[in-house]
Ligand binder design. Structure first.
Ligand SMILES: [Zn+2]
Ligand SMILES: [Zn+2]
Length: 385
């Protein structure tokens, strides 16, 4: 890759200005982002005794369905350890805020998502794209994040607005014939205590949206919608393109910084520390120097790198579930999430444990087809076989 004399002068001027303006010995401020732990779905879908009684009482009285449960989430109870140092009014406000954010439908995370995505792409366009063009990077390579962004925004919108498979009086019978009941995780003839509808196999009542969803996967606060049979395909494309766009922005930004270091022979430079000692350039100092010279680019790079690893891990999990025809809800309730050491998911095995078997997996091709094409009743599938 050849470098024009104008670009070389511009980049070297940037480096010189950065060195002159900042003290080399200073350590850059490191900001930590708190990633939200995914909230655990409730362990069982069978109506509890209390819930059934409540439902019966409500039906008798003809009252409106409850919007949400008043039971405090287990995770919040951990806040009790801070009760001696946090004032009660602040605790109540925190509970209300957490309840609003995670247990009611709201657009907070959609706005946050768009703001973060907008900030990353603004920085990419404003600085990285321009510098890389000066360094004569391939235009196709530089435009790839924009292509991924278009697909991502499109699939994100579809995930948000598509009906995930809400079960109503009108389609209840249709959904009852789509999947076979395994009589372990999904027994026959069970009614939803809130919707008062028969529960089809693989369905679950979403306490946030207050409806039952066919092939319920989970409720996603980032799209403010349930992920079910009818929008899981858009969700997977959204997840894939989001991971890919974060990874490509990270790769282009890293390539730019590495190219800059190599081109400027920074590794051969020396510096004098606060005590007057002469040192050759090492990796830690180089990262500090780049952060002080290009703070926005290095901060964005750190953010998209962490995001790429987190999203990449979650994408692998989502692809594994899709390939084995499981939902997050089923995985959580099945053997996959059982743990002796975790009080939130630990369930003591009964004297005669009922073994859950995945009866819905029919091979990789069929499983993926079920995700990307609408499911059809199992008895029709049996006819075809
Ligand atoms: Zn329901
Ligand atoms: Zn929901």
């Amino acid at each position: 890759m050849s470098l024009s004399s104008g670009a070389r002068t511009h980049v070297k001027r940037n480096l010189t200005d950065g060195l002159a303006a900042r003290t080399p010995g200073r350590s850059p401020q490191v900001q930590h982002c708190n990633s939200r732990q995914p909230s655990r779905a409730s362990a069982g879908s069978r109506p509890s005794k209390g819930a059934s009684l409540t439902s019966r009482a409500r039906r008798k009285s003809g009252g409106a369905p409850r919007r949400c449960r008043s039971r405090a989430p287990a995770g919040w109870q951990r806040l009790a350890i801070f009760s001696c140092i946090i004032p009660e009014c602040l605790q109540r406000a925190m509970h209300r805020l957490l309840h609003y954010l995670f247990h009611t439908r709201n657009h907070t995370f959609i706005v946050l998502h768009l703001v973060l995505q907008g900030m990353v792409y603004t920085e990419y366009t404003w600085e990285v794209f321009g510098y890389c063009q000066e360094l004569e990077f391939s235009l196709y390579y530089l435009l790839l994040p924009y292509l991924l962004l278009i697909i991502n925004v499109f699939s994100f919108t579809l995930t948000c607005v598509t009906n995930p498979g809400i079960i109503t009086k009108a389609n209840e019978l249709l959904f009852l014939h789509v999947y076979e009941f395994d009589e372990v995780m999904f027994p026959k003839n069970v009614r939803c205590s809130t919707c008062d509808l028969r529960k089809p196999a693989r369905s679950k009542h979403c306490s946030v949206c207050n409806w039952c969803v066919h092939r319920f996967d989970h409720h996603c606060v980032w799209v403010n919608n349930c992920i079910g049979a009818w929008n899981i395909r858009y969700f997977l494309i959204y997840l894939l393109t989001l991971t890919a766009s974060a990874a490509t922005v990270a790769i282009v930004s890293t390539a730019f910084l590495v190219h800059l270091v190599v081109m400027s022979d920074l590794y051969q430079e020396t510096y004098i520390d606060d005590f007057g000692h002469l040192h050759t350039m090492d990796t830690v100092f180089l990262i500090q120097y780049l952060f002080l010279t290009f703070p926005r680019i290095v901060f964005m790079l750190g953010f998209v790198m962490v995001l790429s690893f987190l999203l990449g891990g979650y994408l692998c999990f989502a692809v594994y579930l899709a390939a084995t025809n499981q939902t997050t809800n089923e995985w959580h309730r099945g053997d996959g999430a059982w743990c002796w050491h975790c009080p939130l998911v630990a369930q003591r095995p009964s004297a005669e444990p009922q073994v859950h078997q995945n009866i819905h997996s029919h091979g990789l091709r069929s499983n993926l087809q079920e995700i990307f094409l609408p499911a059809f009743p199992y008895h029709e599938r049996k006819k075809q076989e």
